[in-house]
Design a protein around this ligand. Structure first.
Ligand code: NAD
Length: 486
């Protein structure tokens, strides 16, 4: 682990195994932090923020350090992508693509570091000037899931550092190695010791202790809604501010005027990319009745031809699931579907090839009936639930009938319809004739059980600041005795 600029093992020298989902074998041993380690990391961050060289660096210097970190990520992209692939099972073609994009996030927030400004306010009191500063908020706990560790860390770490904070990172127990690899680059980027700390281990005790630590002032969390509920309760002890990027059950809506070839590609990529283990997976498909049979036939054909294979093989099109719990989750949803009134159109099994690793087939379920769990619950696997609609109003109603509200996809060639749908869909992100696109410039986040707060985009940097209001009496008039009538 990285605590106060030192590479250390846990105080009680405990370790846990990290498995390689492509083989099902242990490939790394990772330190299991204790309460004491978490406390040391938070205190180191607090010191680094308030009295170390970081606190004396100018905003421009912080920005330059972030730029250098981005450059180093770019230079070490091969190592970082391979670590992510081996630890999480995500395809090398996907991790190589996402890691290559990560420097753009460090550059973007590096550029914003010296543009974080307060305001001079139009005072309503003659002779009194009022203005605001934006100060760093305090120690940030960055809690990251396994499905895209580098990217989901960058959207927290980059704005937190740009604003002058120090950070304690808690990677997922299923995705620690890529983040430890990133830790090696932090010092080289000229970021002083203690500003970025990494404590590894399970939700309990590591995440738990971190989120209730009194010196943590902000928790930036990506993960599941149940974990988020615990975090909200823990952080309430200290009123730490929160951003919560949680799960999703995102609808894809296809109208008859859509370019169906393009829609098929977007739908396939939207659900089978990352083996469906993506918060924005487009896992519910609604197709207008006139095109339903044609669209489903195309999707089933394409799904049958998806090449499953080792995540390290650049020719593989879909890799394994990340954990054995994910395998069981897939099995339980798919096997329940026929009894709940649905039908398996393709997939649904564990494949015979590859014979090792945690693979499942890409799966499409027809879910016309009400109450099919695969239609309503986040599976976090390669399972697409499909059904029909008859008109625009019905499509919107069905798409919005979810406790989640992260993303939605719309496929249409009519501009007026696209605008109507964007306004009517209850989601934090709406993609029209594209899917799963992200950018450092674009806010990302959801509604209801998909969480709150937004990551990425220029405004996110302000979430890592607190406002200080300053009042100055520049009138040259002394303050009069408050108890003497004038
Ligand atoms: P998870 O909630 O199990 O774990 C996420 C992180 O929280 C891990 O680091 C874990 O160790 C930690 N954690 C667990 N218990 C904790 C506790 N009590 N206190 C503090 N931290 C604790 O989620 P996961 O299985 O790693 O990831 C899958 C979930 O993440 C899915 O629901 C998915 O949709 C969501 N996700 C959301 C986004 C988004 O941006 N909205 C992106 C990716 C994943």
């Amino acid at each position: 682990m990285l605590i106060d600029g030192e590479w250390v093992s846990a105080t009680d020298n405990c370790w846990f195994d990290s498995y390689e989902p492509g083989t099902g074998e242990v490939w790394a041993r990772v330190a299991a932090a204790t309460e004491v380690d978490v406390d040391r990391a938070v205190r180191a961050a607090d010191r680094a923020m308030h009295s170390g060289p970081w606190s004396k660096m100018t905003a421009s210097e912080r920005g330059e350090a972030l730029g250098r970190l981005g450059e180093l990520v770019g230079r070490h992209a091969t190592v970082l992508a391979e670590a992510e692939t081996r630890d999480t099972g995500k395809l090398i073609r996907e991790t190589a693509g996402s890691v290559a994009y990560v420097p753009a996030f460090y550059r973007y927030y590096g550029g914003l570091a010296d543009k974080i400004q307060g305001h001079t306010l139009p005072s309503d009191k003659p002779g009194i000037e009022i203005f605001t500063y934006r100060e760093p908020i305090g120690v940030v706990a960055a809690i990251v899931p396994w499905n895209s560790p580098q990217m989901l860390l960058a959207v927290k770490l980059a704005p937190a550092l740009a604003a002058g904070n120090a950070v304690v990172i808690k990677p997922s127990e299923h995705g620690s190695v890529p983040i430890l690899e990133l830790g090696k680059l932090v010092e080289q980027a000229g970021i002083p010791p203690g500003v970025v700390n990494i404590v590894t281990g399970h939700g309990h005790p590591v995440g738990h202790e971190l989120t209730k630590h009194p010196l943590v002032r902000r928790v930036a969390f990506t993960g599941g809604p149940e974990t988020a509920r615990t975090i909200v309760r823990n952080s309430a002890e200290n009123f730490a501010s929160l951003s919560l990027e949680l799960g999703g059950k995102s609808p894809q809506i296809v109208f008859p005027d859509a370019d169906l070839d393009s829609a098929v590609n977007g739908i396939i990529g939207g659900i089978f990319g990352a083996s469906g283990q993506s918060c924005v997976a487009g896992s519910r498909l609604y197709a207008q009745r006139e095109i339903y049979d044609d669209l489903i036939e195309r999707l089933v054909d394409r799904t049958k031809s998806i090449r499953l294979g080792s995540p390290l093989d650049p020719d593989s099109e879909m890799g394994p699931l990340a954990t054995t719990e994910q395998l069981q989750r897939f099995d339980s949803f798919v096997s329940a579907t026929p009894a709940e009134g649905g039908r398996v159109l393709v997939g649904g099994q564990r494949p015979t090839k590859p014979s090792e690793g945690w693979f499942v087939e890409p799966t499409i379920l027809e879910t016309h009936a009400e109450g099919i769990r695969a239609q309503s619950d986040e599976i976090f696997g390669p399972v697409l639930a499909v059904t029909t609609f008859d008109n625009e109003a019905e499509a919107i109603k069905k798409a919005n009938a979810s406790q989640y509200g992260l993303a939605a996809g719309v496929w249409t060639s009519a501009a007026d319809r696209a605008h109507r749908l964007i306004r009517s869909l209850s989601a934090g992100i709406v993609w029209v004739n594209t899917y799963r696109a992200t950018s450092p410039v674009a806010p990302f986040g959801g509604l209801r059980d998909s969480g709150g707060g937004r990551e990425s985009g220029a405004d996110a940097v302000y979430d890592y600041t607190s406002v200080k209001t300053a009042w100055i009496n520049s009138s040259n008039q002394a303050v009069s005795d408050p108890f003497k009538v004038q």
